[in-house]
Design a protein around this ligand. Structure first.
Ligand code: ADP
Ligand code: ZN
Length: 523
């Protein structure tokens, strides 16, 4: 069905933006907002969210107000719009007083199609009053997940955006985000009062990205091998948890002949900006970074994203890996993951000063991430299911290409749990595994643990396999790590049914890190 406004929207798409047709759900979204309705748009990065508010703003009378936390990108966005003849401006803290006055004058006199505003600026009485005196076409709330308190990009100013609905009840609002787990979605609806909004959920699948999560042995060396063998001379990002590790890894990769640059929030601002510019402009740079790097980075030919440390949540993982392969060509999302990652992330949550409820949610998010790491079935299915999307096995992830063998690990887990119990829950992973394997270390003799009935009951299983079993037992919540007691292992309530033989445990076999070569013929 087509009407006057829809015709006008298509005309603008073609004559102003130079595109032949709308993509995916763009036409429906544009129509909804152009007709004055509210919308919640969930679309992966690169899906084309901008046109979903830019075109309705041009179709409707008045100025479209775009709320965005990405101040650094506003100038570029405004310049790009000016190039195609759209009258756009921005209001944020980087401007001079004169520039601000100029934008405000253009607003008041109705000489703007779009204005980008930082949320903290929008919320000032001066700005709100000015908007009330202007003719507003719509409000677009970009990066709407910033309203989620449990998310990784929480911005307190976003919570206050609910006043838009109260002060401008007749102005349509469109909220947009690339983060789409059901919880965040519900929070956006609730906090921004978008109960009446139509929801547009695009597919979150990125079929050209191959997901691989391999067991960590020597992370740095594994990353080096992976890049040298699979992506020599190509651009990519290596994410690390800490600033120190960023520095060390970048130095190591450089020593080994790669063109690597560090990026984290603790670096001198000018150096950081220079590294980012280099990554965007030059070919084949490996950016070693904390998660501070990437929001709003639009480089189409990033061929790989590596994680040297476990992300805190699937949202984070998806967003970071999503920076690979925006051009639609094959790209890799590759991660190394080991026992220490589980221990470290659990510890970060436990030791944080946050309130109990927050910790509980962080913990649930980590569990979902661990589930993705430990799954024996398709990674993509797992990822998409997390975002509420159905999917079938993809044939292009490590578990599809090289299905891990699952095995009944009940007896081994029982041995592990008994050993932890027998050493009075006072020893860490290394010692417990030594007892299981019957290793006669000094420490074992000193504690007379070679006299325990469990000493050597697991000698048929290799050290690496025991670490994999322990990691999965911690991921499953059967074993806890006590950080106040030097990482000693403790049994949880959930360990009881296993020890009593009432619960069967199926685990993945330890897989020696191996690479899946990408066939040259694959498109
Ligand atoms: P997002 O904000 O969702 O990450 P953008 O709005 O930046 O995505 O769009 C991503 C890219 O896709 C841009 O280069 C944009 O010009 C292009 N694009 C968007 N919609 C269309 C379309 N209908 N036809 C062709 N290209 C499009
Ligand atoms: Zn798969």
């Amino acid at each position: 069905m087509s009407d006057h406004l829809d015709d006008q929207a298509l005309h603008i798409l073609q004559s102003v933006f130079g595109y032949a047709s709308f993509r995916g759900q763009q036409a429906d979204i544009v129509s909804q907002v152009a007709h004055g309705g509210d919308a919640l748009v969930l679309m992966p990065t690169g899906g084309g969210k901008s046109l979903c508010y830019q075109i309705p703003a041009l179709v409707r009378d008045g100025v479209g107000v775009v709320v965005s936390p990405l101040i650094a990108l506003m100038q570029d966005q405004v310049d790009a719009l000016a190039e195609v003849g759209v009258r756009a401006a921005f209001l944020n803290s980087t401007q001079t007083f004169d520039e601000t006055l100029q934008t405000e004058r253009a607003l008041r006199t109705g000489n703007l199609d779009l204005v980008y505003v930082a949320p903290e600026r929008l919320m000032t009485p001066r700005c709100l009053e000015m908007l009330e005196a202007s003719n507003i076409a719509l409000f677009a709330i970009d990066e709407a997940h910033c309203v989620s308190q449990w998310g990784h990009d929480f911005r307190p100013e976003y919570i206050r955006l609910s006043v838009l609905h109260e002060r401008f009840p007749d102005v349509p609002r469109v909220a947009l985000t690339a983060t789409a787990d059901p919880q965040t979605r519900a929070e956006i609806v609730h906090r921004l009062q978008l109960e009446e909004a139509r929801q547009f959920v695009s597919s979150f699948d990125r079929p050209n990205i191959r997901y691989q999560i391999v067991e960590k042995a020597n992370g740095r060396k594994q990353v080096l091998d992976f890049i040298q063998e699979e992506h020599p001379g190509e651009a990519g990002i290596v994410y690390c948890l800490s600033r120190k590790k960023v520095e060390e890894t970048a130095a190591f990769l450089n020593e080994q002949g790669l063109n690597a640059l560090p990026y984290h929030a603790g670096m001198d601002h000018a150096v950081r900006a220079a590294n980012q510019a280099k990554f965007l402009r030059e070919d084949g740079i490996v950016m070693v970074a904390t998660i501070a790097f990437g929001m709003g980075i639009d480089k189409p030919d990033v061929r790989f994203v590596c994680h040297l440390d476990l992300p805190k949540s699937i949202e984070g993982y998806y967003q970071e890996t999503g920076r690979a392969g925006r051009d639609g060509m094959p790209a890799d999302a590759w991660m190394v993951y080991g026992l220490q990652d589980v221990v470290q992330q659990r510890r970060l949550i436990e030791e944080s000063e946050a309130e109990a409820n927050f910790k509980r949610i962080q913990s649930a998010k980590l569990d979902a991430m661990l589930g993705l790491c430990e799954t024996s079935s398709c990674r993509r299915v797992r990822l998409l299911n997390y975002f509420g999307q159905e999917a079938t096995p993809c044939g292009n992830c490590d578990t599809c290409l090289n299905p891990p063998q699952a095995f009944d690990a009940t007896v081994q887990v029982q041995k592990l749990l008994s050993t932890i119990y027998r050493v009075d829950q006072r020893f860490g992973a290394g010692h417990v595994i030594d007892v299981l394997r019957g290793t006669e270390s000094e420490k074992i003799k000193q504690w007379r643990h070679d006299k325990l009935s469990v000493f050597g009951v697991g000698s048929d299983t290799a050290d690496a396999e025991w670490r994999a079993i322990l990691r999965q037992a911690i991921a499953l919540g059967l074993v806890a790590v006590d950080h106040d007691a030097y990482g000693s292992l403790k049994l949880t309530e959930d360990a009881r049914p296993v020890l009593r033989g009432e619960r069967r445990i199926e685990l993945r076999h330890y897989q020696k890190p191996q690479r899946q070569k990408r066939q040259a013929s694959r498109s």
